[in-house]
Design a protein around this ligand. Structure first.
Ligand SMILES: Nc1ncnc2c1ncn2[C@@H]1O[C@H](COP(=O)(O)OP(=O)(O)O)[C@@H](O)[C@H]1O
Ligand SMILES: [Mg+2]
Length: 327
């Protein structure tokens, strides 16, 4: 006879490989300039969600820690997560608040875009540290959050810190992308101080060079990497658009080329890289350089398709990228 000892009131959280904390929104995307408003597409998106989708496409079990307002939009987002195999057992549905929304406005030149956010005081921004469940963190292999997760509100920032503290306590890897969005911060220094606050927890730092140049005012990748080495960050994957990725582990530095493609839409490229890089690291089969090559292949597929989560390859489709790598 099976006896379930879990009290009926205690929620059951699913064990996952990658546990991400952030906000999933509805994204409206104009095909070109704003005059094509009637042609806008609508989908679930958000940097942490995009990363989870990329990792999940490659077979990693992913889970989301967040809040959604309990309305038809929240329901659509939950369904999108279910379709992508992203666990939402730690997503709290709340009666008050709204779900976030953003617009991506593309310019004539592919790759040029602006974001307009409607997410202030959203349900997700009201997440609190108590919503980060220790048993779920303990069961994960990697926890993931970004500068955007921290920008949402002071309680969201505290929740990210709680996630990272618990991860450290249980020897779970901490991955972080600074993903600097000036529109989400009152001042650049706030974003910089948030990054410096989490840096001591971070095992895998996944910044884009463009973000770091804006945040630090330093242009030289070598100087930025030297700073992170001085701060004892064990591994940095520095993404630099079509120039590819620089990996830095201690004093060891190596460059990985981007995979050339026709640029359709660069939104989400960094997220796709992060998801595929983390998912391939979790396979314990590939060198870090190979993992970055797999990440670059996934990011290239993302750049070649519209939207941040479309065109993402499955593990089988990435076999070419792995095949090119000399073991
Ligand atoms: N034009 C491009 N062609 C091929 N790959 C690209 C291109 N732009 C970006 N990528 C890939 O996506 C990764 C992340 O892009 P990047 O622009 O550096 O980050 P983010 O999207 O966070 O701003 C790059 O390291 C590269 O592998
Ligand atoms: Mg980015």
């Amino acid at each position: 006879m099976n006896i379930n000892l879990t009290p009926a009131t205690e929620p059951v959280y699913t064990a996952v490989d990658i546990l991400g904390l952030g906000e999933c929104m509805i994204a409206l995307d104009s095909p070109r300039a704003l005059e094509s408003m009637a042609l806008m597409t609508c989908e679930a998106a958000g940097d942490v969600y995009n990363t989870m989708v990329a990792a999940s496409s490659m077979g990693a079990r992913c889970g989301f820690v967040s809040r959604l307002a309990k309305d038809p939009v929240g329901q659509m987002i939950l369904e999108a997560c279910a379709q992508e195999n992203i666990d939402t057992s730690a997503v709290k549905l709340v009666k008050d608040g709204v779900n976030g929304l953003y617009l991506t406005l593309h310019q004539e030149v592919p790759g040029n875009h602006a974001f307009v956010y409607y997410r202030k005081d959203s349900a997700a921004s009201r997440i609190s540290p108590q919503e980060v469940i220790e048993s779920q963190v303990k069961a994960a292999k990697v926890v993931y959050a970004t500068g955007i997760s921290m920008a949402l509100s002071p309680s969201a920032e505290a929740s990210v810190i709680r996630l990272f503290e618990l991860a450290k306590k249980h020897n779970v890897l901490v991955a972080f992308d600074p993903n600097y969005r000036p529109a989400l911060w009152a001042h650049r220094d706030e974003a910089l101080s948030a990054l410096l606050k989490v840096l001591p927890y971070v095992d895998i730092l996944l910044p884009s060079l463009e973000d770091l140049i804006q945040l630090f005012g330093m242009k030289e990748p070598a100087h930025l990497l030297e700073f992170f080495r001085y701060k004892d960050v064990p591994l940095v994957a520095l993404k630099n658009g079509a120039e590819g990725i620089t990996l830095a582990k201690g004093r060891k530095i190596c460059h990985v080329d981007a995979v050339p493609t026709r640029v359709v839409d660069t939104v989400g490229a960094g997220d796709a890289f992060n998801g595929a890089f983390l998912a391939s690291m979790l396979q314990n089969t590939y060198s870090l350089e190979q993992c970055a090559q797999i990440g670059a292949a996934a990011a290239s597929a993302c750049v070649g398709a519209k939207g941040p989560t479309r065109g993402l390859p499955t593990w089988d489709q990435l076999s070419n990228a792995v095949g090119r790598v000399s073991v």
